[in-house]
Design a protein around this ligand. Structure first.
Ligand code: ADP
Length: 580
C-alpha cells in the first residue's frame, strides 16, 4: 500500500487530468445505465399501451433516451481521449523523474546493472505503470462511486433490491477479484521477471553477437532465449485464463441479479401493485449496472504486476549517489585549475583489493602530465576520482585548491574535457556529434578541432564531409577514427583541463606523433593529462606519474625518473631508440 500511495503521489502534477477522465468515465457509465433501463421501460410501456389501445406521453422518455445516447457516445470518446492523454502525460513525467534520479547514480551505482536491465526498467517497467491509472485507480473509483448511486436509487425504490444487487456487486467486483488477484499474483510476477530476463539477455546477446558466433555459442544462447520466451508465454497464458475467469464471473453475477430482480418483483406485478413495464426496466438496470464492476477483476490482477514494476523502479531510484552533491563553492579563478591528490586510498565497492593506495601528487596548472602504468595499475581509477565519479576512501583530492567534496559535480566537469576508453559517438552526422561540445562552434572552429585531432583529412575525403552520418546503420568507422573524433569533440569544449585516455592507441606511428604534437600545441595554455601505457611520448611531458598495482612507483620528469626510479628504467629498456 505504501508503494502504491508513493506511486499515486508521483501523479500529482496530473491530478486535474486524471480527475477529468474519472468524471467523464462516471458520467458515461451513468448515462449508459439510464439509457438501458429507460429503453427497457419505454419499449415495454409502448407495447403494453398499444395492446391496451391507450395513448401515452412518449416525448419525455424518447428525449431522455436520445440525450443519454448522445452523452454516452461523446462521453465515451472524451473519456478515452482524456484518460489516455492523461496516462501518456503521466508516463512521460515518470520517465523524466526516473532519468533525473538515474543521472546522479552514473557511473558509480549503475555499474552494478546490466544495460539490458536498465533498458527494461526504463521501458517496460515504466510502461507497466500505465495500469496504475487506467486499469486500477480509474475503474476502482468509478465502480465505487457508480455503485453508490445505483444502490442508493434501488434502496429508494425497494431496499431488498438494493440488498440483492449489493451482494452480487460485492461478489463480482470485490470478493472474486480479490481471490483471483491472489491466484494470478504468481503469474503477474513471473511475467515481469521473465520479460526482464528476456530483454536483458536479448540485449546482451545482440551486443556480443560477434563473440557468440565466433565461439559457436549462438545456438546455446538462442536456446536460452527461447526458454525465457516460453516461460513468458506460459505465464501470460495462465494470467489470461484467470482474466477470462474474472470476466465470466462478472457476467454470471450480472445475470443472477437480473433473475433475482425478476423473481423479487414478479409478485408485485402479478398483484397489480407495480406497472409491468417496470420489470424490464429493473432487469436492464441490473444488467447495465454491472458494467461498473466489469473491469475490476483485471484491476485487482494488475495490482501485483504494477507494484512489482514500481518497486523495481523505486529500488533503483532510492539508491544514494556514491557521492553527495555539494553547492557551497564559489567560482574559483582559472589560474588555480590544478589537481592535488593527498594520501588517497580507494577501492571499488565490489572489489576487496585496493585500486589505489597512498597516492599523493600535484598536477600544476598548465602542466603536461602522463599517468603511466600497465593495465590494471589504477590509471582510469585516478581519472574517475578526478571526475568525482567516486570519492576516495581516505585522503582527499583537490581541484583549484578546494576538496572535490566541496565541488558540485556538474560545475567541476565543466572545467574538464575528457576522452575515456569508451567515448560514445551518437547516431547522427559527424557535425552533430562535434556540436555536442559547443553548439555555437563555427565551421572554422569545427575544422580546426578536427585538424588538431588529425581527422580532418579523413573527413574531407568523405563525400558528405562533416555531414556524413555515423553510428549504427550508417557509416562504420574504425576505433582510431572514432577516438580522434571524440578528441576533436573534447577540444571544442575549450575546457582548461584536457584529460585523454590513450589518445594515440591504435594509430600508426606517424599519425600518433603528429597527434601528440598537435595536442601539446593546443594545450600550451591548458593542463593536459594523458593516460598511457605506451612510453613513446613521455619525454615531452612535464611530469610522469608511474603507477603499478594501485601504488605510485614514481613521479617526476622523464629525466628524473630515468635517474631515480628503477621501474621506469626497466620500462625504458623497451622504448624505441628515439626516446632515449
Ligand atoms: P587501468 O586503467 O590502469 O587499466 P583501472 O583503474 O581500470 O586500471 O583498475 C584498477 C583496479 O581496479 C583493477 O584491479 C581493476 O580490476 C579494478 N576495477 C576497475 N574498475 C572496477 C569496477 N568498476 N569495479 C570493481 N573493480 C574495478
Amino acid at each position: 500500500m505504501k508503494d502504491f500511495l508513493r506511486l499515486v503521489r508521483l501523479f500529482r502534477p496530473y491530478y486535474g487530468w486524471l480527475a477529468l477522465g474519472l468524471l467523464l468515465s462516471l458520467v458515461t457509465l451513468l448515462a449508459n445505465v439510464v439509457l438501458m433501463s429507460t429503453s427497457g421501460w419505454f419499449i415495454a410501456a409502448m407495447g403494453l399501451a398499444g395492446i391496451a389501445g391507450v395513448t401515452m406521453n412518449y416525448f419525455t422518455p424518447a428525449a431522455i433516451i436520445r440525450a443519454c445516447a448522445i452523452v454516452r457516445t461523446t462521453g465515451r470518446y472524451g473519456e478515452r481521449l482524456i484518460t489516455h492523454d492523461a496516462t501518456l502525460r503521466v508516463l512521460s513525467g515518470l520517465r523524466v523523474w526516473f532519468y533525473r534520479h538515474l543521472e546522479p547514480l552514473a557511473p558509480g551505482r549503475l555499474g552494478d546493472y546490466r544495460s539490458g536491465d536498465l533498458l527494461s526498467r526504463m521501458g517496460s517497467d515504466i510502461d507497466a505503470l500505465d495500469n496504475t491509472y487506467l486499469r486500477i485507480l480509474l475503474p476502482l473509483s468509478v465502480a465505487a462511486m457508480a455503485s453508490l448511486v445505483f444502490l442508493g436509487w434501488l434502496y429508494w425504490q425497494q431496499p431488498r433490491l438494493a440488498l440483492a444487487e449489493a451482494g452480487l456487486l460485492c461478489i463480482a467486483g470485490l470478493l472474486f477479484p480479490w481471490w483471483l488477484a491472489g491466484k494470478s499474483a504468481v503469474a503477474s510476477r513471473e511475467i515481469i521477471e521473465a520479460s526482464s530476463r528476456l530483454r536483458t539477455d536479448a540485449v546482451d546477446a545482440l551486443q556480443g553477437l560477434g563473440e557468440l558466433v565466433l565461439y559457436g555459442a549462438d545456438t546455446a544462447h538462442g536456446k536460452n532465449l527461447r526458454g525465457h520466451s516460453k516461460s513468458l508465454g506460459a505465464s501470460q497464458l495462465a494470467l489470461s485464463r484467470w482474466s477470462s475467469a474474472g470476466q465470466s464471473m462478472v457476467l454470471l453475477c450480472a445475470w443472477t441479479t437480473v433473475w433475482l430482480m425478476l423473481v423479487l418483483l414478479a409478485p408485485a406485478v402479478a398483484q397489480g401493485s407495480m406497472p409491468p413495464a417496470n420489470l424490464p426496466m429493473f432487469a436492464l438496470f441490473a444488467l447495465a449496472s454491472f458494467e461498473a464492476v466489469t473491469p475490476l477483476p483485471l484491476a485487482f490482477q494488475s495490482v501485483h504486476g504494477t507494484l512489482a514494476a514500481a518497486r523495481r523502479l523505486f529500488s533503483l531510484v532510492d539508491q544514494k549517489p556514491l557521492i553527495a552533491e555539494e553547492t557551497r563553492l564559489t567560482s574559483p579563478a582559472a589560474s588555480t585549475f590544478g589537481f592535488e591528490f593527498r594520501n588517497v586510498d580507494f577501492h571499488y565497492p565490489r572489489n576487496g583489493q585496493p585500486a589505489l593506495e597512498k597516492i599523493s601528487f600535484t598536477i600544476p596548472v598548465g602542466s603536461k602530465t602522463a599517468i603511466l602504468g600497465p593495465t590494471g595499475a589504477g590509471k582510469s581509477t585516478l581519472v574517475n576520482l578526478m571526475l568525482k565519479f567516486h570519492a576516495p576512501d581516505r585522503g582527499d583530492v583537490f581541484f583549484a585548491g578546494s576538496s572535490l567534496a566541496a565541488w558540485p559535480a556538474e560545475s567541476l566537469r565543466q572545467h574538464l574535457a575528457v576522452v575515456d576508453q569508451h567515448s560514445h559517438l551518437f547516431i547522427g552526422s559527424i557535425r552533430q556529434n562535434l556540436l555536442l561540445a559547443d553548439p555555437s562552434a563555427t565551421e572554422a572552429q569545427l575544422e580546426a578541432a578536427c585538424e588538431t585531432a588529425c581527422i580532418l583529412d579523413w573527413i574531407r575525403s568523405l563525400p558528405d564531409g562533416l555531414n556524413t552520418e555515423i553510428g549504427e546503420a550508417a557509416l562504420r568507422i574504425s576505433g582510431g577514427e572514432a577516438r580522434r573524433l571524440a578528441i576533436a569533440r573534447s577540444l571544442l569544449k575549450n575546457a582548461p583541463v584536457l584529460i585523454l585516455d590513450e589518445p594515440t592507441e591504435g594509430l600508426d606511428p606517424v599519425t600518433s606523433r603528429q597527434l601528440m604534437k598537435n595536442l601539446l600545441r593546443h594545450c600550451e595554455e591548458r593542463s593536459f593529462i594523458m593516460i598511457t601505457h605506451q612510453i613513446n611520448d613521455l619525454p615531452e611531458m612535464d611530469q610522469i606519474i608511474l603507477l603499478d598495482k594501485g601504488q605510485m612507483k614514481g613521479c617526476g620528469s622523464h629525466r628524473q625518473l630515468l635517474v631515480n626510479t628503477p621501474e621506469y628504467q626497466a620500462l625504458q629498456a623497451f622504448a624505441p631508440v628515439f626516446n632515449r
